[in-house]
Design a protein around this ligand. Structure first.
Ligand SMILES: Nc1ncnc2c1ncn2[C@@H]1O[C@H](COP(=O)(O)OP(=O)(O)O)[C@@H](O)[C@H]1O
Ligand SMILES: [Mg+2]
Length: 584
């Protein structure tokens, strides 16, 4: 009933839990003192006998009430300290795990799932750490204290309570095993609804454009309904168990009261003792009942916690060495296979070579595996061992940071962050000076634009919404230039942008290729004509390689694609001329 692995996150806050249990016990002792003195006053009114002096009784009652108030405050204070620290610990761990996995974390979970886990999952555990744990330990402590206090008053009543007390935790344990499944389903439905909702929210504009928002809405409705049903199932289970536990509690109390009455009848206890015993019996099952009330919410948290632990303790996806990335190194792919976790085989037996400072093109139709190849080389997906070599050294021997530092992949949708131009560029190298930043911006021909605005302090909106696609692409290229890697992989980096930006970026790529290794991926064959080494991919296989002339002569896939694009281009030209002619 107490999850060992989750206890691991308590760390330093264990002492607060013990202190909270301590204050709860003190509260109980104050309650016991109250019961004795209250019984004394009651007996005075019933029989006119003073067991304890009246003033003392009143004084003790007032003191015990004050102590109780104080304890209750202390308990909630200690509990909130636990929650505060544990939540931070958990979030820190999730965050560090994501960092340690680098870009590979996507293989384990989607970003949304991780956000969900780190925010919702941690919140769900609040009850577990904040009240359940304390109550759990206290339930046992209180049972022991009460039995010890009642025993001198009457042994048989104490034994009756002792006999009845394991029933509730025992029953809870049985329930725990039974509801595990319901709880898991509840949590996974919860996560599903959250994921779909976030995805829909992010794509709301698209959904509106395609008038698909209503369908999405229906889908969300259905999912929420499923979640509601699962919640109801859990709640009704919860209510049912509380009812059964109540039966146990009342049954236990009735039994103990009966024993007490019999003992009174046979003259083993006096009326004063009887009243004290009755008051204490009423107290006996309260902690267990409170625990039951918290039980289900806490256990839902535990289910979320287990999911979190699975993620935190999942094996490292790739074991890497700690070697440095060699300068001016040759990259070789030897018979490289790559499959996505869902089984899709995206690359088969690929052999390629990228000499230092060489510019190599990779072309192929959409879906042929170009981006996969680029991502695998850049370490964004699991790199297979014995297939990628940097100067004859397996890439897995190279330290993860070193790898990231030296191989960079630039796509057509490089992320531009909300913030200033300077902040966006400093991500590439936080040590760069303003002069360096300006000179890079001049290279990508953005400085003229930003100079007229606020210079390096020009504000950029999230995803570069206040600049054009081409400008935003040039800004992310500028960031990559500042980064100063050894190997640049341009994955369709000039797709979907205006002609002017395309020209600027192509020129820059050419100038980078004079100093660095460049892998240039494109579906446009016109743009690779002058590159001396061209690899042609088809369905994950390397089918042709050579320069433009050789490949044209070969008359294979390259030739086929080239002719097709050429024809398309000529068609475009002629239709443009046709338009001009018509206008005349
Ligand atoms: N994250 C992924 N999970 C599973 N399969 C993928 C993933 N990304 C791409 N694929 C599959 O791998 C193949 C190659 O895709 P990709 O490398 O993106 O092609 P290209 O960049 O040449 O258009 C395709 O069949 C695609 O469906
Ligand atoms: Mg691609």
């Amino acid at each position: 009933m107490v999850d060992r692995a989750l206890l691991g996150f308590i760390g330093n806050t264990r002492k607060y839990i013990y202190q909270a249990v301590g204050f709860k016990c003190l509260n109980l002792i104050a309650n016991i003192v109250f019961s004795y003195n209250f019984a004394s006053i009651l007996i005075y009114f019933l029989k006119g006998i003073f067991i304890v002096k009246f003033e003392i009784s009143i004084f003790m009652i007032v003191v015990s009430l004050a102590v109780r108030q104080y304890c209750i405050r202390k308990v909630s204070m200690k509990n909130s300290l636990v929650v505060y620290e544990v939540k931070q610990n958990l979030r820190q761990e999730v965050y560090e795990k994501v960092l340690s996995m680098g870009t590979l974390f996507q293989e384990e979970m989607t970003t949304q799932e991780i956000v969900h886990l780190g925010v919702e999952g941690v919140e769900q555990l609040e009850n577990y750490y904040g009240s359940y744990l304390t109550q759990f330990y206290y339930s046992f402590a209180s049972a022991i204290i009460l039995v010890v206090v009642i025993y001198p008053l009457n042994m048989w009543v104490a034994l009756a309570l002792l006999g009845a007390s394991p029933l509730i935790p025992g029953f809870l344990y049985v329930i725990l095993v039974m509801v595990k499944n319901v709880q898991r389903k509840y949590w996974s439905k919860y996560a599903d609804v959250g994921n779909l909702f976030l995805d829909s929210l992010q794509g709301l504009t698209t959904l509106k454009v395609f008038k698909a928002d209503e369908d999405r809405g229906t889908e969300l409705d259905e999912m929420s309904e499923g979640f509601r049903k699962q919640t109801m199932k859990l709640l009704s289970m919860q209510l049912n168990t509380i009812m059964i536990i109540d039966w146990f509690a009342y049954g236990g109390s009735v039994l103990a009261i009966l024993v007490a009455l019999i003992q009174f009848k046979v003259g083993n206890i006096y009326s004063y003792e009887l009243v004290v015993i009755l008051l204490l019996i009423a107290e006996f099952f309260v902690p267990m009942r409170t625990l039951t009330g918290m039980f289900h919410v806490a256990m839902t948290g535990v289910t979320a916690g287990e999911k979190m632990l699975d993620f935190l303790y999942s094996d490292e996806l790739v074991k890497r060495g700690n070697e440095k990335y060699p300068i001016n190194a040759k990259i070789e792919l030897k018979n490289m296979d790559f499959s996505y976790p869902d089984g899709e085989c995206a690359l088969k037996g690929v052999n390629m070579e990228f000499a230092p400072g060489e510019m190599v093109a990779i072309i192929g139709e959409s879906g042929s595996g170009k981006s996969t190849l680029a991502s695998v080389i850049a370490g964004e997906y699991r790199q297979p061992s014995g297939s990628i070599f940097i100067d004859n050294k397996d890439i897995l021997e190279i330290d993860a940071y070193e790898l990231n530092k030296n191989i960079i992949r630039i796509t057509h949708d490089g992320h531009v962050f909300q913030g200033s131009v300077r902040e966006n560029l400093l991500i590439g190298n936080f040590k760069a000076t303003d002069d360096e930043l300006i000179s890079i911006l001049e290279k990508v021909r953005l400085w003229d634009l930003f100079e007229q605005m606020d210079g390096l302090d020009t504000k950029i909106l999230s995803q570069g919404k206040n600049i054009s696609g081409g400008q935003s692409q040039r800004l992310s290229l500028a960031r990559a230039l500042i980064y100063d890697a050894e190997v640049y992989i341009f994955d369709e980096a000039t797709s979907n942008i205006d002609v002017e930006s395309e020209q600027i970026i192509t020129d820059i790529i050419k100038s980078i290729s004079k100093k660095k290794t460049v892998i240039y991926i494109s579906h446009s064959l016109k743009s690779v004509e002058n590159i001396q080494k061209i690899y042609v991919l088809e369905k994950g296989l390397l089918i042709e390689s050579g320069n433009h002339c050789e490949l044209m002569e070969l008359g294979g896939k390259y030739r086929f694609l080239y002719d097709k694009q050429d024809e398309l281009e000529r068609f475009r030209q002629s239709s443009k001329e046709g338009e001009k002619y018509e206008k005349k």
